[in-house]
Design a protein around this ligand. Structure first.
Ligand code: BGC
Length: 821
């Protein structure tokens, strides 16, 4: 231990006090020992430091900061240098705001396109996500502060996020859901990891010995801190045993007492606590160094805005360019249509929300773009119904222009933390507008703004499609620069766009049933599924167009790398993202037909040829063997494929690789759907259990049992107490009513922060206003003992108040004594 001398000097109470927050964002300080509080702040694409009223839902405004494009956007750049650069700029702003731990990046896998937080995550591929995350972390931590990769792990949906039990087999867990974390932790060297809200195979992730001890600490040798997601702690002592150093936010000391009691009773050894204190002290001391001798409290707003623009420019994806309608030439007359041109959709909602330092506006930026904008019409209401008046006015304008620039996408209430999307569609009122415009002017270029995949049955009606994703505060300018050719687009998708939601691999298993979600599709997520099962998609993983063309040639394979040439055969300079995919020729172990194992982004001048080399690493040929319980290599011939996307393989060769000689892990006959993959999205329970090696838990709530700490408020629907059922229907009504009157964001907040909240969250999230003994009373009321419960609540409340009073008196006395020497 590094801080043994300090720890020896600490009382048990002092040590335990460090194990949970002092308030919503800060850790506890101990003045006597010179231990200061450190500040943790969101978020992954801009700092959200709340100076006043604190919340974790992004409700109250924060100090202005640069809003960079979100992770889903930057992932499309496939540029690790750029990822590091954003990290550096984020880090600089974090320092200016005296933040010690920046709560990002978020690196959960895009298992299903409907996950409400996909906009905050990088990719459907773990290698890609891990590499991007490691780059961010290196940048952020270059300032001496800490990044915090989240949410560890298998947190791939928002529905019932605080209670859902993710059921996943060990190989899938390792290969798909943990690999990005492994890369971020080992290569990025993050100092902080955030555990996830959900359960994983029956245990809350924060208490899950397998991922927290066996894997994170023992296999990956992680020596940093684990912080809970806000309000995500369940059993504090179990969390401590699993190595959780910090519970956030504050519980007003309640859970510290649980730790003290567990140590005093001998349930856990004091050394467990000491180790956690040691690691937390390391985080505190190392991340406050930067503030010791003064620090830059300001940053160059303009320069940071420029970087946000540069990042957006490299991340925008050109998806369609029929008849080379783009880039638009100088002097072309455009009709600018769509509400998003007036009010950009540039970031998601929830804890990642940034209060931007400034915000580019398309209509303003158009003035200097070289295009002749003949006018603007909103054409639709962001949250409203179809408006014939708006459509007619838009069509009248469209008739007069050479090209229609149509700004559409998803609104803020649709893509938000805490809620999954209901479908993959663009709102009906926007499509009505598109259909009507098509009747009057067929030169339509759509500028799409959303942070996740959408269906596009309407794509035949547009000639150009520029996907800006959620491109941050400078996105409007960046998009215009792509439209006009000032920037040659080089973004490529980091997620597949299926034709229909029904085609997706988790379609039948998302978001699961009441208690659990079964990852029956196994390793077949994203392109791994479409590609292996031969399901047609709209846009494959890794796809993106350019204003130039590239030719690949001359593949050479060695034991350590692939080398090849790319020639820019067009007449403008451009950047190409070349992707290395690997597939195994043997079918002894089922696998996706190809998996991303490396990539390179290169800038190539017109007519120029560049040689690109992509080295192999420890992940290139490995698979996780459930029999030996470790990574192995199968001895076989491997296909090495160089693609411009996962579906556009330009060069191919094979390589024989020696194996590690491990026994085959599976009985082929028992896993037919995994071996054929074609039915990987309809795998039945029996076959999934074969893969899992055990029975799946019952996925329905046990309605005969009284409700407990970990049951959610939504379960009040079947509670014994009339009061609870009434509360349930009131919440439902409030949700319905708010939606009806157009207050969708408020309605969503009700769902996220009340409806799907486990009862324990009532205590964990109220900063001590309601404590666990009071919660016991509330549960009695919920379970049909209203008056008994009420009496209990009142009794415990007055006990708590007396305790607080007594504590205040003791503290005042202590201070007095200190003053008097
Ligand atoms: C989110 C985290 C976030 C935290 C603090 C939680 O609700 O899941 O990603 O960092 O709040 O705002």
């Amino acid at each position: 231990m590094k801080y043994i001398e300090i720890i020896k000097n600490m009382t048990l109470e002092e040590k335990a006090s460090l194990m949970s927050g002092k308030d919503f964002w800060q850790t506890q300080d101990i003045e006597r020992l010179g231990i200061n509080s450190i500040f943790l702040a969101d978020g992954p694409h801009g700092i959200r430091k709340q100076a006043e009223a604190a919340d974790h839902l992004g409700l109250n405004a924060s100090v202005p900061a640069t809003c960079f494009p979100t992770a889903a956007t930057v992932a499309n750049s496939w540029n690790l240098e750029l990822g590091k650069k954003i990290g550096e700029y984020l880090g600089e702003e974090a320092v200016a705001q005296k933040v010690n731990v920046l709560l990002g990046p978020g690196i959960n896998m895009k298992r299903d396109p409907l996950c409400g937080r996909n906009f905050e995550y990088f990719s459907e591929d773990p290698y890609h996500a891990g590499k991007m995350a490691a780059a961010y972390i290196r940048g952020i931590q270059s300032h001496g502060i800490s990044a915090c990769v989240k949410h560890f792990a298998a947190n791939n949906q928002e529905e019932r996020r605080m209670s859902i039990d993710t059921i996943v087999d060990e190989r899938t867990l390792r290969e798909i859901y943990l690999t990005a974390f492994e890369i971020a932790i080992k290569e990025g060297k993050t100092k902080t990891v955030m555990s996830a809200y959900n359960m994983l195979n029956g245990e809350y992730t924060n208490e899950n010995m397998h991922i927290m001890r066996d894997i994170l600490r023992n296999e990956w040798n992680y020596e940093g801190v684990v912080v809970t997601d806000w309000g995500g702690s369940n059993d504090r002592v179990a969390g401590l045993l699993a190595g959780n150093e910090l519970e956030m936010p504050t519980t007003a000391g309640e859970t510290n007492k649980e730790i003290i009691a567990a140590i005093k009773s001998g349930k856990i050894k004091e050394e467990v606590l000491d180790e956690c204190v040691d690691r937390l002290l390391d985080l505190i001391f190392t991340t406050e160094d930067v503030y010791k001798n003064g620090y830059k409290q300001e940053f160059n707003v303009e320069e940071h805005h420029q970087v946000a623009q540069e990042v957006a420019e490299e991340s925008i994806v050109l998806l369609k360019n029929e008849g080379n309608i783009l880039p638009l030439k100088k002097g072309v007359t455009v009709a600018t249509i769509g509400e998003f041109a007036q009010q950009a959709r540039y970031q998601g909602a929830g804890s990642s929300i940034v209060n931007p330092t400034k915000l580019d506006n398309t209509l303003q930026c158009l003035k200097d773009s070289g295009l002749v904008n003949i006018g603007f019409e909103p054409g639709f209401e962001r949250y409203g119904k179809r408006s014939q008046g708006k459509i007619s006015r838009a069509c009248a304008l469209a008739k007069k222009a050479e090209v229609v620039l149509l700004y559409i996408g998803l609104d803020e209430a649709t893509e938000a933390e805490g809620l999954d999307r209901q479908n993959m569609k663009i709102p009906e009122n926007q499509l009505d507008l598109l259909n009507a415009l098509y009747e009057v002017n067929q030169n339509i270029v759509v500028v799409l703004s959303c942070g996740a995949a959408v269906e596009m049955p309407w794509i035949t009606k547009v000639k150009g499609l520029v996907h800006g994703y959620l491109s941050g505060q400078a996105g409007a300018q960046a998009i215009l620069r792509v439209l006009t050719g000032a920037v040659n687009p080089s973004g490529k998708l980091s997620e597949t766009y299926p034709i229909r939601y029904e085609d997706t691999p988790a379609y039948h298993q998302f978001p699961g049933k009441e208690v659990s979600v079964e990852y029956r599709e196994g390793v077949y997520i994203g392109y791994r599924y479409y590609d292996t099962a031969k399901v047609n998609v709209l846009f494959p993983f890794g796809f993106g167009l350019s204003y130039t063309t590239f030719e690949y040639s001359n593949l050479q394979v060695s034991k350590d790398a692939v080398t090849f040439s790319i020639t820019n055969t067009g007449d403008v300079a451009g950047m190409e993202v070349a992707q290395l995919y690997v597939g195994c020729k043997s079918d002894d172990i089922f696998r996706p037909s190809k998996e991303l194992k490396g990539f390179a982004k290169v800038l190539i001048g017109a007519g120029e040829t560049k040689t690109v080399s992509i080295p192999f690493d420890d992940k290139t040929f490995r698979y996780f063997n459930v029999k030996t319980n470790q990574w192995e290599i199968e001895e076989a011939q491997y296909n090495l494929m160089i693609g411009a996307s996962s579906a556009d393989i330009k060069l191919e060769d094979t390589l024989f690789v020696e194996g590690t000689g491990a026994p085959l892990p599976y009985d082929k006959a028992k896993l037919p759907s995994y071996y054929s993959a074609s039915k990987a999205n309809t795998i039945d329970q029996n076959e999934f259990e074969q893969l899992l090696g055990r029975k799946v838990p019952v996925s329905k709530w046990d309605r005969s049992k009284p409700l407990g700490y970990n049951d959610t408020i939504s379960q009040c629907q079947y509670a014994k107490g009339t009061f609870a059922r009434f509360t349930f229907y009131s919440i439902k009504f409030a949700y319905w009513f708010l939606k009806k009157i157009g207050k969708r964001t408020t309605a969503n907040i009700i769902m996220m922060s009340i409806y799907n909240m486990p009862f324990r969250g009532v205590a964990r999230m109220t900063g001590g206003v309601i404590n666990m003994p009071m919660l016991d009373g509330i549960l009695m009321m919920v379970n049909g003992h209203f008056f008994k419960g009420l009496r209990h609540v009142l009794k415990e409340r007055s006990k708590m108040l007396k305790g607080v009073k007594a504590q205040n008196i003791t503290q005042a006395q202590a201070m007095k004594e200190q003053k008097n020497g």
